[in-house]
Design a protein around this ligand. Structure first.
Ligand SMILES: *[C@@H]1O[C@H](CO)[C@@H](O)[C@H](O)[C@H]1NC(C)=O
Ligand SMILES: *[C@@H]1O[C@H](CO)[C@@H](O)[C@H](O)[C@H]1NC(C)=O
Ligand SMILES: *[C@@H]1O[C@H](CO)[C@@H](O)[C@H](O)[C@H]1NC(C)=O
Length: 358
């Protein structure tokens, strides 16, 4: 056996190593084991390790708790939802859960490290969903001014740094047969539609946010510091973000900026409040689907849920993670939610440090 392995190993190296190795990925390993590569040969194995154990040959970032491979291999006893990983053990941009056909199944955009970011679709409509625009915006820390559509793809018309172009919806790249133009000439582009974009290429929320910024700037110049500001936060598609700051309090909002329900929290909780439940209630109603889950006071999903006599837990996205015959507490359900996600709203083109918001 050893001999055969040795011969195989030499053979692998002779035919120029790596490319000829049988490529395995973390996802080929059984749960709770991690992929290890023998440095000297082509052999990959799956091994079980104690948390934090230092192991030669361990494929990188297995112990990085934000890596998808790590999350994927958490004990199924506690985490029933498996994330979808790429070959490098990072989160796929698009994470889909639930029913494909009848509705209710959904896909959400995620960062490489597993945070939910802007962009979602019903699973049945998600065939062309890539989340590439959403990821690019997220990576740029909102420095870019690209425009994404609701499922995180690129809008047909893009402008940034004073130039505009017609973009491929999946790559954001210049559409074949079209050219870059200065922003002032944007109306000659074939993808330009006045009714979609307005003359300034700003959406409802972005325009409002810009007006507010100008106002803040004016206050600031005149030395006023104690003005109670509302804070307008936008999504990558130029609509209002789900969480808004009104009179120093957080509230949930629909895409047009209208208040959604009576959900609220103190401004200090901005990184915990996501309003996903508050928004989903409306998304389901608009799709004529029943919505039976309960929202917390801040518009997030309650982790503990019950329908009739069935008790179960859901995660931040309202996806069921656990079932029980007995009533569950919020804390019990929290043990079945592995969440690094924090909802990061989009502060368009802002100089955060100049102002006090709360
Ligand atoms: C896993 O779940 C059980 C209850 O089902 C709990 O006692 C335990 O602490 C959980 N483990 C972790 C790591 O959360
Ligand atoms: C996805 O894109 C293809 C090609 O552009 C198109 O034919 C198809 O209808 C799209 N699917 C959905 C669900 O929009
Ligand atoms: C269970 O809930 C549904 C609505 O969600 C209701 O129609 C049904 O009557 C309930 N069943 C019982 C046994 O309470």
């Amino acid at each position: 056996m050893v001999l055969i392995l040795a011969i195989l190993s030499i053979f692998c190296q002779l035919i120029s190593g790596e490319e000829y190795c049988i490529k395995r990925t973390q996802q080929d390993c059984p749960l709770e084991t991690f992929l290890v590569k023998d440095e000297q040969s082509c052999f990959y194995t799956c091994k079980k390790f104690e948390d934090g154990e230092d192991t030669p040959g361990m494929i990188s970032d297995m112990y990085d708790k934000t890596s998808c491979a790590f999350t994927y291999h958490l004990s199924p006893e506690n985490y029933t939802i498996r994330p979808q990983c790429d070959n490098d053990g990072k989160f796929l941009a698009r994470q889909c859960f639930g029913d494909k056909v009848v509705g209710g199944g959904r896909c959400f955009c995620h960062s490489e490290t597993g945070e939910r970011i802007f962009g979602w679709a019903w699973r049945k409509d998600a065939e062309n969903m890539t989340c590439t625009c959403s990821r690019q915006m997220h990576k740029s820390n909102n420095e870019l001014t690209l425009h994404c559509d609701e499922m995180g793809n690129y809008e047909p018309l893009q402008c940034t740094g004073g130039v505009c172009w017609c973009a491929d919806s999946k790559s954001g790249e210049l559409l074949q047969g079209t050219k870059l133009v200065p922003e002032s000439m944007l109306d000659i582009l074939p993808c330009y539609k006045l009714e979609d974009v307005g003359t300034q290429y700003l959406r409802q929320c972005e325009s409002a946010a810009k007006a507010q910024r100008d106002l803040l700037m004016a206050y600031h110049k005149h030395g006023s510091t104690n003005v109670e500001f509302n804070r307008i936060l936008c999504d990558y598609d130029g609509s209002y973000a789900a969480v808004q700051i009104t009179n120093g309090k957080l509230m949930c909002s629909w895409k047009d900026g209208n208040k959604l329900g009576e959900y609220t929290a103190g401004a200090a909780y901005i990184n915990q409040m996501n309003c996903y439940c508050a928004r989903d209630q409306k998304y389901f109603a608009d799709e004529l689907l029943p919505f039976r889950l309960e929202c917390a006071g801040n518009g997030n999903y309650l982790y503990k849920q019950a329908i009739n006599v069935t008790h179960f837990c859901v995660n931040d996205n309202g996806i069921e993670t656990w079932q029980s015959k007995l009533p569950l507490s919020e804390d019990e359900c929290r043990q079945h939610v592995y969440s690094l996600a924090e909802n990061e709203p989009y502060y368009p083109d802002s100089n955060e440090d100049q102002y006090e918001y709360y």
